[in-house]
Design a protein around this ligand. Structure first.
Ligand SMILES: Cc1cc2nc3c(=O)[nH]c(=O)nc-3n(C[C@H](O)[C@H](O)[C@H](O)COP(=O)(O)OP(=O)(O)OC[C@H]3O[C@@H](n4cnc5c(N)ncnc54)[C@H](O)[C@@H]3O)c2cc1C
Ligand SMILES: NC(=O)c1ccc[n+]([C@@H]2O[C@H](COP(=O)([O-])OP(=O)(O)OC[C@H]3O[C@@H](n4cnc5c(N)ncnc54)[C@H](O)[C@@H]3O)[C@@H](O)[C@H]2O)c1
Length: 434
């Protein structure tokens, strides 16, 4: 019952099907309780602090004294103190049956929860999501390290924090805590932050982090973690010490524990492959992080809608991930859609790119905002874009529409872009296409 599962279960119950939903944790999954919503609330508060600190030089003087108290209180309220009663009732009020516990597939169209065996006529929808993947670092196991699940329950911002992993979770939480006064170190194994996105994105975030006092170490190989009331993380001949350690090194799903072997799927795989209708096997649909099409709530919900249509025998377009959007909610915010330049090259496309720094646009200059627009083009088709800046995620939406609707690049070039918006920089990036 992640975001997609909750949607599928509710919609099918509303359509009159007899639906049993199995949930081992909280109805709604990671996003509302430990992921998107709490992290974005932390980021919203941290961004307010950053804006206040920008007053000098623009509008006068400020004195900023961060207090985590309102953040912790807001998170408690937003998650109902990590209680899913409202979400559970939303489903049962639609006529669904909620079964609490861990579900295991025990046969075709059969799921067992403890002693209870559920047999479906129509089929089973799998939406097990992911949990934090913990790397096998010497000394880490058994220490009171945080993952995102503990970080969002912090009652105060720690004095110091080491983050292992500079991906999506790592960068968002690093900046949020740092802006509340936490001394933050990010240790990333790859050569840059946000390694799956365009290199320019990770480089920009790394530069801004350094300027804000976040210690970023990339290309590190962590050899040991020690804990004696404080954490020591060793990498090569260096080490860093902190009050808290947050591990954000990716996600995993235990498919063997879920019992997918009973329906002919590979239990040692990292994902459950699905077709364009979310079918994973006869009478089995899978949606969300586990399908490997992007660990995002909007993917879970998008796939949910397709699965519902397929189960109810309704028409509708098959899954299409060409215009897959994603946003890293750092400041500057990194919006991205479709392919990166490297991914397009890897696919054998004849790639051209266009790039412009946001500072050369009127709005970027007025705002004193850092960022850029990068476009990835193949022929006359836009296949990918990255928009970094104060509203990078919102800027990206225009390009997501262009990719989704296959708007030719030649047509985008002759469009009117409102002056002076951030998104007007898209026009400059289009002109730069080689
Ligand atoms: C810190 C953080 C920030 C994030 N921020 C964003 C963001 O800003 N935007 C965005 O789009 N995405 C974000 N994500 C990702 C997003 O949370 C997930 O992609 C989203 O929750 C969709 O996941 P899902 O549908 O696969 O299932 P999940 O949300 O992972 O839920 C799966 C549910 O299934 C339950 N479950 C698993 N196995 C079983 C079983 N066998 N029996 C019974 N129950 C079981 C689990 O308890 C869980 O409740 C973030 C994630 C994290 C960790
Ligand atoms: N804004 C958003 O939409 C948002 C925010 C947070 C998370 N998410 C989703 O959740 C997923 C999980 O986030 P994540 O940050 O855990 O995973 P990630 O895959 O984005 O990043 C993990 C990082 O940890 C690094 N790493 C792995 N092992 C390491 C080690 N031993 N030492 C040092 N570095 C190591 C990897 O190189 C990688 O850069 C994301 O992929 C994303 O899909 C989305």
């Amino acid at each position: 019952m992640g975001p997609g599962g909750e949607d599928v279960a509710g919609k099918l119950a509303e359509a009159g099907l007899e639906v049993a939903a199995v949930e081992a944790g909280l109805v709604g999954g990671e996003c509302p309780y430990y992921g998107c919503i709490p992290s974005k609330m932390m980021i919203r508060a941290a961004d307010v602090l950053a804006e206040a600190r920008r007053v000098p030089g623009l509008a006068g003087e400020t004195e900023v004294r961060p207090d985590w108290g309102p953040v912790a209180a807001r998170l408690k309220e937003a998650t109902d103190d990590w209680d899913d009663r409202v979400a559970a009732e939303r489903f049962t009020d639609k006529g669904g049956t909620l079964v609490r516990g861990f579900g295991k597939i025990t046969g075709p169209r059969e799921v067992t929860v403890g002693e209870r065996v559920l047999r479906a006529r129509r089929g089973v929808v799998l939406n097990p999501g992911t949990e934090p993947a913990i790397p096998p670092i010497d000394g880490l196991e058994g220490t009171p390290f945080w993952t995102n699940r503990q970080a969002v329950k912090a009652s105060e911002a720690p004095e110091s924090l080491v983050l292992i992993g500079g991906g999506a979770i790592g960068v968002e939480l690093a900046q949020a805590f740092s802006r509340f006064g936490t001394r933050v170190t990010v240790l990333e194994g790859r050569s840059r932050l946000l390694g799956v996105e365009e290199p320019e994105a990770g480089e920009l975030v790394g530069k801004v982090f350094e300027e804000e006092g976040i210690d970023v170490r990339t290309g590190v190989k962590i050899t040991r973690v020690g804990y004696d009331g404080r954490f020591t993380v060793e990498f090569g001949d260096r080490s860093v010490e902190a009050e808290r350690l947050l591990v954000a090194t990716g996600r995993r799903t235990d498919l063997a524990k879920l019992g997918v072997g009973r329906i002919g799927l590979d239990e040692s795989a990292r994902t459950i492959p699905v077709d364009e209708r979310m079918r994973a096997a006869d009478g089995v649909w899978a949606i969300g992080d586990v399908t490997g099409h992007g660990a995002f709530t909007h993917i879970s919900m998008y796939q949910a809608a397709i699965a519902v249509r397929d189960i109810l025998g309704q028409d509708g377009p098959p899954a299409d991930y060409r215009a897959l959007p994603r946003v890293s909610f750092t400041d500057p915010e990194i919006g991205a859609v479709g392919l990166t330049e490297a991914q397009a090259v890897e696919k054998g496309m004849d790639v051209r790119t266009g790039y412009t720094p946001l500072s050369s646009s009127t709005r970027g200059w007025i705002h004193k905002g850092e960022g850029f627009v990068k476009l990835v083009v193949s022929g006359d088709e836009l296949v990918g874009a990255t928009t970094a800046g104060p509203s990078g995620g919102e800027m990206m939406s225009a390009l997501a529409v262009a990719i989704h609707g296959r708007v030719p690049v030649s047509s985008l070039t002759h469009m009117i872009y409102a002056y002076p918006t951030f998104h007007r920089a898209i026009e400059d990036a289009l002109r730069d296409i080689g």
